[in-house]
Design a binder for this molecule. Structure first.
Ligand SMILES: [Mg+2]
Length: 262
């Protein structure tokens, strides 16, 4: 049995149709066995509080401190770098998770007297406009630190696959020639921050590796493997057989759904 499990949320524990069948029971069973569980999402369209209440409405009992998001990591990164004023290009619902940072420009509108020291970019969905993209581009070109909450390629929306934040970040990177700093999955530092909180005390002898379970081949499976974890892929959410076949990637395990972890 692995010493701990990390779970992706969207596409793994739930989809737009509700909780994945058997997911609530699987998490409960792991808790009953005393196996630590953590939840690691790249969702940037909503805040931590709303995510926890959505999970609760599906029957998942998840504590605030068990849920790791890119916004939380971005705030920590800005503090480390001494950045105080940021231009947020993030969903308005996410602004409450940027506590401690002064917001100017981006989705909050006109800048104050101080130019933004950093651009924070996440998935804006239909709220993206050419004007907003150009504003972010100009700040970065003028020297603002470029921080991308996550660089997902695409995700499964209500009407089909949709471009994620990584695709928009790539446009600004291409135009400015500057590489964005990344906060969420698949960054090894993000995974390490989750593991650090687990305080695993391995017993003597052979020790299994912590497992990350998710529906994203790159962020969940490959990202976790690069951070020293096992990466297990689920055939729910954005999973596509042809993408797995052509990816050249080999998950440690492929499950029909998260219900099979127990
Ligand atoms: Mg997912």
């Amino acid at each position: 049995m692995p010493p701990a499990f990390l779970f992706d949320l969207d596409g793994t524990l739930y989809t737009d149709e509700g909780p994945v069948p058997g997911a609530v029971e699987a998490i409960e069973e792991l808790r009953r066995r005393g196996t630590p569980v953590r939840f690691v999402t790249n969702t940037t369209r909503t805040n931590r509080r709303a995510l926890i209440s959505r999970l609760a409405s599906y029957g998942f009992r998840i504590g605030h401190e068990e849920l790791f998001t890119p916004a939380v990591a971005a705030v920590a990164l800005c503090r480390e770098r001494g950045v105080g004023v940021v231009a947020p290009f993030v969903a308005r619902e996410l602004l409450e998770d940027l506590n401690g940072l002064e917001l100017a420009g981006g989705v909050v509108g006109a800048s104050g007297p101080r130019a933004p020291e950093a651009v924070l970019l996440a998935d804006l969905g239909d709220a993206w406009t050419p004007a907003l993209l150009n504003e972010a581009f100009r700040h970065v070109l003028n020297g603002a630190l470029f921080v991308v909450l996550q660089k997902g390629r695409y995700w499964m929306g209500a009407t089909g696959l949709e471009l994620d934040a990584g695709a928009f970040a790539a446009a600004i990177e291409y135009a400015t020639g500057k590489q964005a700093l990344e906060c969420g999955k698949p960054c090894p530092a993000f995974y390490q921050s989750v593991l650090a909180g687990l305080e695993l005390t391995p017993p003597a002898g052979e020790v299994g590796r912590v497992v990350m379970v998710g529906d994203d081949l790159w962020n969940d499976v490959e990202g976790a493997r690069k951070a020293g974890l096992e990466g297990w892929l689920v055939r729910t959410g954005k999973f596509r057989e042809d993408v797995l076949a052509s990816s050249g990637l080999t998950p440690d395990r492929v499950l029909g759904s998260v219900s099979e972890v127990i």
